[in-house]
Design a protein around this ligand. Structure first.
Ligand SMILES: *[C@@H]1O[C@H](CO)[C@@H](O)[C@H](O)[C@H]1NC(C)=O
Ligand SMILES: *[C@@H]1O[C@H](CO)[C@@H](O)[C@H](O)[C@H]1NC(C)=O
Ligand SMILES: *[C@@H]1O[C@H](CO)[C@@H](O)[C@H](O)[C@H]1NC(C)=O
Ligand SMILES: *[C@@H]1O[C@H](CO)[C@@H](O)[C@H](O)[C@H]1NC(C)=O
Ligand SMILES: *[C@@H]1O[C@H](CO)[C@@H](O)[C@H](O)[C@H]1NC(C)=O
Ligand SMILES: *[C@@H]1O[C@H](CO)[C@@H](O)[C@H](O)[C@H]1NC(C)=O
Length: 198
């Protein structure tokens, strides 16, 4: 009984703190565009746009440059940890009379090594990303399982590809390949992703 009273008091305190201090990942960057670099001149220089994959869910589709809000992304880091070197890739979903800050997560399936980045409302299950000093989008690796485990180190990996993917629709989107191997989806082409301030 006492435990459950304490637990509900604690929950109350935590939610009050959250309500007072705003979102946990509330340190937001200026807006930027995400631009692809590729050896293939057809897709080199393509931008990424939030594209409809389902109700309040977007993918990251290849698109020509434009100043549309659908191409404006931001990077949110922890409001509490100034030393954080990873954060969320965020986008503002226009939803009628309000805008909902949404974050990118990788959608994985056990049968493929190709994951699809999708944007969902809020910060739940967001995948942490990093931008290097050269503004290149990467993801941190903290253990390398190709070597004896456990091993600890911080390495930024860049396993982005442009592929035909199917989450809600068949689109040409950004994708992420898990591990060091080649993507099993034969439509995938290697790309690098850079931010350019809007
Ligand atoms: C990102 O930061 C902004 C500014 O604090 C905030 O309004 C938004 O809710 C944050 N987004 C997420 C997904 O946490
Ligand atoms: C890709 O585009 C960039 C920027 O315009 C350019 O510097 C680079 O040479 C291009 N690469 C190829 C393979 O065309
Ligand atoms: C370049 O990209 C286009 C568009 O995805 C594709 O149709 C074409 O086959 C690619 N070219 C090469 C040489 O991979
Ligand atoms: C918020 O981000 C800025 C740079 O974008 C940084 O200078 C500042 O220390 C960050 N604050 C916290 C609390 O992480
Ligand atoms: C990305 O990681 C590097 C190396 O840890 C760090 O110096 C840099 O600040 C990080 N970038 C962002 C935008 O958090
Ligand atoms: C939603 O965001 C757009 C673009 O940033 C802005 O013009 C609009 O005023 C915002 N709407 C609300 C209700 O905040």
């Amino acid at each position: 009984m006492l435990k459950s009273i304490l637990a509900s008091l604690l929950t109350l305190t935590v939610s009050q703190v959250a309500a007072q201090d705003g979102p946990y990942y509330g340190n937001q960057s200026a807006p930027f565009y995400l631009v692809l670099k590729s050896e293939n001149t057809t897709i080199n220089g393509s931008y990424l746009s939030a594209c409809h994959e389902g109700a309040a869910i977007e993918g990251l589709c290849l698109t020509p440059p434009s100043t549309s809000e659908y191409l404006h992304f931001t990077y949110n880091t922890s409001s509490y940890d100034p030393s954080a070197t990873s954060g969320l890739l965020t986008w503002l979903l226009p939803a009628g009379n309000l805008n909902v800050s949404s974050s990118m997560r990788l959608s994985y399936g056990p049968a493929s090594n190709v994951a699809t980045p999708v944007i969902f409302p809020n910060d739940i299950d967001g995948t942490f990303v990093n931008f290097t000093a050269e503004n290149q989008l990467g993801i941190k690796s903290y253990q390398d399982d190709t070597k004896p485990l456990p091993n600890y180190g911080e390495e930024t990996v860049f396993r982005w590809y442009a592929c035909m993917t199917y989450y809600g629709y068949l689109y040409h989107t950004l994708a992420w390949v898990m591990g060091k191997g080649e993507p099993q989806n034969p439509t995938c082409q290697k790309v690098e992703v850079f931010r350019i301030w809007a």
